[in-house]
Design a protein around this ligand. Structure first.
Ligand code: ZN
Length: 230
């Protein structure tokens, strides 16, 4: 079975590529507000397809049924399709039920008939149970290099001069995940993240409105260490 990873360009897909070792990395250019920035940084061996779903993008960046479109497109490249979902993802089109139902529907549509051989499609959510911190730990266990992962992955919403800003959601989540795996970012980035956390994230955690219980403990631990360091 050819393995296809739907590659978003962010930290999760960078790590899953190293761990899962797909045959094909597929990036779908959906013409969203982040597409241009993401495309600039894709590794050379990523295949780019276009599907203009950006026109359906809502203000909260959700594109209804996004992952159903993506797995349909990916069947043109292989049968084992990994969505790259991790534990932080809450939308239903990254759920185990979705993976089961989509695999069932797509395999049905690829039943042997006049235009196709029999194909069994598997929508793969192997990484669904893993946090970003856990993904890094697994990558390291398999001989990965921490420095290479920090520099190779990029998830920033507001890059400045092609550098990560360290004060947007994906940047601080990357920071926390690598910090929990022992990476030292240095005092300049430490300070930026500490200020970002204290203004934007810690108040929500303390009020109980942050909404990502699996990450809160790590964020608090990292934040408390940053405060002690001052
Ligand atoms: Zn950023």
């Amino acid at each position: 079975m050819r393995k296809v990873l739907l590659y978003s360009g962010g930290m999760d897909s960078w790590l899953i590529d190293k761990i899962w070792k797909p045959d094909i990395k597929l990036y779908v250019d959906m013409k969203t507000r982040y597409s241009e920035e993401e495309i600039k940084r894709l590794p050379n061996d990523v295949i780019i397809e276009q599907l203009d779903l950006g026109k359906w993008e809502r203000d909260d960046a959700i594109i209804p049924l996004r992952n159903l479109y993506l797995v349909m497109l990916a069947t043109n490249y292989g049968d084992d399709i990994c969505l790259g979902a991790t534990a932080g993802d809450r939308v239903l089109d990254k759920s185990p039920q979705f993976a089961y139902k989509a695999s069932d529907l797509l395999s049905f549509l690829y039943t042997k008939q006049h235009w196709t051989e029999e194909r069994k499609i598997n929508v793969n959510l192997d990484f669904k149970g893993m946090t970003k911190k856990g993904l890094i730990a697994k990558y390291l266990q398999e001989g990965g290099n921490l420095e290479e992962a920090v520099n190779g992955s990029f998830s920033c919403y507001h890059p400045e001069h092609n550098q990560e800003c360290w004060q947007c959601k994906p940047c601080f989540r990357k920071y926390v995940a690598f910090k929990m795996n022992g990476y030292d970012f240095g005092s300049r980035i430490d300070n930026i993240v500490k200020n970002y956390l204290s203004e934007n994230i810690i108040p929500d955690i303390l009020k109980g409105t942050y909404g990502r219980a699996d990450e809160e403990k790590d964020i608090m631990e990292v934040y408390n260490k940053l405060c002690v360091k001052q």
